[in-house]
Design a protein around this ligand. Structure first.
Ligand SMILES: Nc1nc2c(c(=O)[nH]1)N[C@H]1C(S)=C(S)[C@@H](COP(=O)(O)OP(=O)(O)OC[C@H]3O[C@@H](n4cnc5c(=O)[nH]c(N)nc54)[C@H](O)[C@@H]3O)O[C@H]1N2
Ligand SMILES: Nc1nc2c(c(=O)[nH]1)N[C@H]1C(S)=C(S)[C@@H](COP(=O)(O)OP(=O)(O)OC[C@H]3O[C@@H](n4cnc5c(=O)[nH]c(N)nc54)[C@H](O)[C@@H]3O)O[C@H]1N2
Ligand code: SF4
Ligand SMILES: [Mo]
Length: 702
């Protein structure tokens, strides 16, 4: 679609900013305009030279320029003129917006203290500046800090209790594996660029096993698929340990050298027979036996997982227990053996987070921490959630669509509806969350701002060069925080540092000019691909802690243990377990469902039911079902499906309220309920995550 007015074109290297493990490299073609108009991005394609993504993007980002140039972009500051949620705004200038924010902030600080202000930042853009530079401003202000996370914190915290670190092996090294267990990760959907590496291993004879309570597109491609009941995997792992020990499949030499607590663990799992685990997990005894024997006899054996399984009350225990398995069979000895999760921990070693976020700007203050996952509780004034501090009077939301992504959404809505809450939302679109804002501030897209992206799926840092100037009056997240600092009258120079100065400080060992020229740089990683072959675990004992005494201090069992979630007590009233997975290939979390080449092509929201349950409930394919619990209610058409077990129902997540039949429905034209209106906001056992997927519901014809 080249334009007659174009004079010259150039190609600019960038890196995908999405909260996705693949951090793909891309090339944007930009045409200058003969008429002097701003240059325009006319094409974007995967960078074939990228060592991991190798030239492919994905069904989300293949149409990224449609997102950039979407007529629905928010390109100017807006002030709310209708009711909260209604979505009526007027355009204002940046000066007016900043003035209003500064005036409100100064007033709140005078009356309630700076901790009554809460920045709420998600990973909508996980580039370094975009996600972390703003911390400088909030630290200097003395705002409440948001702790924990909707994603990732639990998996890291769980594995760290066993291994002292969240570190695992480079997922690309799965090419060397002979047994690959994809455990609670939907690789072909969520981490699609890893799939070719797995395929390559399979071509060389590897077996791939998928363990997931839902049959996914990844399960469809597995050599063997195991479908436990949600949240029961720890019982399966304990029975695997039982069999490994019983059948003499333990690597005793490695265990003796590099672990502590083996005898205690062995005594503990003696009772965890496959029969007992079968009763808990809903799996067949023979399948549990077979899984354990395959794992104990095939080398190199890799377990790959990402995030899904952390979204349970006992999510950290899942990762704590899982990471005991590679130690028992000595899987770390082999390249392509061990545990592969986020490799962000390797990239983080080249990032000087303190230089980037400047905690010294707290100037000795210890500011209050508010749990990210308890947004609803915080905004509705729950004493415990407020951690003894003042009520939150201002919420500043950046790169997060909380009304779609945060559990117990109806509680979040009640909070956002508070008359005395001042809400600012910074996003690219008028999301369901932005509709509740007093002020909306326009954000750039990734091709409009320079930044560096670390990856949690591979070992390459990616350069992202701004390809075009910001559209309209949009600003990058870093520029936003510089403007806020000036508006507040702050003179601290670190708040005004320019992007390159900050990146240089944040990446002290990286040659930025080289990175800019090359597009990527690989972070340090052991050359033989065996980071823990000879132990070296940064735990208190220096070994894998099969028994972890630190956990006891946290009030958790020192040995891996299975427990039911509290929500299980609701099973009589709410007989179905609800899953709300990422399932649509054209969505990335809450992004894209609103765009014409994304949402409509995925159809619309639905609930999947097993045929047996549908028959019991008198629900036919396509009929509208009411799905509810104490938190909320949703009406969605039924899809009868073999992908869920009886007793489990699934509502794929990512849709905004307006894409549900009946559209708005929240009163006053406000957005109605979404999948997360039903989900459980119980904090995980440790790690500060949330139990999205321990949610009980009832289902009936609407
Ligand atoms: N296409 C696409 N890609 C994405 C995203 C997206 O929205 N769309 N989101 C990105 C983000 S933010 C993240 S965090 C990653 C997540 O990447 P993944 O962790 O791979 O994806 P999830 O869908 O969150 O969860 C994976 C699987 O965990 C399963 N699961 C849930 N509970 C349990 C359990 O108790 N036991 C077991 N064994 N499995 C369980 C779910 O059924 C699901 O199929 O994906 C990223 N990539
Ligand atoms: N039921 C259920 N709920 C879930 C999950 C699930 O599997 N099921 N997954 C959870 C997980 S793993 C995650 S990570 C969260 C994700 O939840 P969110 O963080 O809300 O989701 P995203 O869609 O990744 O990004 C949010 C917003 O960031 C905006 N954005 C993108 N780039 C920029 C930028 O540079 N600046 C600004 N200001 N905004 C930008 C996008 O327009 C988008 O509206 O959801 C969680 N919620
Ligand atoms: S969303 Fe993920 S797979 Fe798609 S381009 Fe971005 S990093 Fe690659
Ligand atoms: Mo995530």
């Amino acid at each position: 679609m080249s334009n007659p007015a174009a004079t010259t074109s150039r190609t600019v290297h960038g890196t995908c900013h999405h909260d996705c493990p693949d951090s793909c490299g891309w090339q944007v073609t930009v045409e200058a305009r003969a008429d002097g108009a701003a240059p325009v991005a006319v094409q974007m394609r995967g960078d074939a030279a990228h060592p991991y993504s190798q030239g492919e993007l994905c069904p989300k980002v293949n149409r990224f320029l449609d997102r950039v140039y979407s007529p629905d972009r928010v390109l100017h500051p807006l002030r709310r003129v209708g009711a909260k949620g209604e979505g009526r705004f007027e355009q204002i200038t940046w000066a007016e917006a900043l003035d209003e924010i500064a005036t409100r902030f100064h007033g709140i600080i005078a009356e309630h203290g700076a901790e009554a202000i809460m920045p709420y930042v998600s990973a909508g853009n996980q580039s370094l500046l975009a996600i972390m530079f703003g911390d400088r401003f909030w630290h200097h202000l003395g705002a409440s800090r948001v702790v924990g996370a909707l994603c990732g914190a639990v998996a890291g915290a769980g594995s760290a209790t066993t291994n002292g670190t969240g570190k695992g092996i480079d997922p690309s090294d799965l090419v060397h594996s002979k047994l690959i267990i994809l455990w609670g990760t939907n690789t072909r959907l969520t981490n699609r660029h890893l799939w070719p590496f797995i395929d390559q291993a399979r071509a060389a004879g590897a077996q791939e096993i998928d363990i997931d309570p839902l049959r996914t597109i990844t399960s469809d491609s597995a050599d063997w698929f195991l479908q436990p009941l949600p949240g029961t995997d720890v019982a399966l792992m304990l029975a695997m340990m039982h069999v490994l020990i019983r059948d003499g499949l333990v690597d005793h030499e490695w265990v003796a050298a590099h672990t502590v607590g083996f005898d205690d663990l062995a005594a503990h799992v003696a009772e965890w027979t496959p029969a007992r685990a079968a009763a808990t997990t809903g799996l067949a005894i023979d399948d549990i036996e077979r899984l354990a024997v395959l794992y104990g006899t095939i080398r190199p054996a890799a377990i790959r997982t990402l995030i899904g399984a952390e979204h349970h009350e006992h999510g950290a225990m899942f990762f704590r227990t899982l990471t005991c398995l590679p130690a028992l069979v000595g899987a770390w000895r082999d390249q392509g053996g061990g545990y592969a999760r986020s490799v962000g921990v390797w990239s983080n070693e080249v990032v000087d987070v303190d230089a980037l976020t400047r905690p010294d700007l707290l100037a000795g203050r210890t500011t209050r921490g508010l749990e990210m996952v308890h947004l609803g509780r915080v905004l509705t004034g729950d004493e415990q959630a407020l951690a003894g501090g003042p009520p939150v009077k201002a919420a500043f939301m950046i790169a997060v669509n909380a009304m779609v992504s945060v559990p117990n959404t109806e509680l979040v809505r009640r909070g956002l509806l508070r008359d005395d809450l001042f809400t600012v939302v910074n996003d690219q679109f008028l999301t369901d969350t932005a509709r509740y804002a007093d002020i909306v501030l326009p954000a750039t897209t990734q091709i409009e701002a320079t930044d560096v992206v670390t990856s949690w799926g591979h070992l390459y840092l990616g350069w992202n060069e701004a390809a075009i100037a910001p559209l309209g009056e949009a600003v990058s997240n870093s520029e936003l925080h510089r403007r806020l600092a000036v508006a507040m009258g702050f003179t601290e120079p670190a708040l005004l540092d320019d992007d390159l100065t900050v990146l240089r400080a944040a990446l002290p060992t990286i040659d930025l000019e080289q990175l800019r020229a090359d597009g990527v740089v690989k972070v340090p990683y052991p050359a033989d691909g065996r980071p823990f072959a000879n132990g070296g675990f940064p735990t208190p004992s220096g070994k894998v802690e099969l028994r972890c005494d630190l956990l006891e201090a946290l009030g958790q069992p020192a040995l891996p243990s299975y427990a039911e979630p509290a929500e299980a007590a609701l099973a009589t009233r709410y007989p179905y377990a609800l899953m709300t997975p990422k399932q649509h290939t054209r969505f990335l979390n809450s992004s894209y469902s609103h765009l014409p080449k994304h949402g409509p092509l995925e159809g619309s929201p639905f609930v999947e039911l097993h045929a047996t349950d549908a028959a019991t409930l008198g629900l036919a394919e396509g009929q509208c079902a009411r799905v509810w619990n104490d938190r909320g209610e949703l009406q969605v058409p039924v899809r009868i499906s073999e992908r869920v077990r009886p007793g489990v129902v699934s509502i794929p997540w990512g849709w905004w309220a307006g894409q549900h039949a009946g559209g708005a429905g929240g009163g006053d034209g406000a957005p109605g309920p979404v999948a997360n209106s039903l989900t459980n906001d119980t904090l995980t056992d440790w790690g500060g995550g949330v139990a999205f997927w321990d949610t009980r519901v009832s289902v009936a014809p609407a």
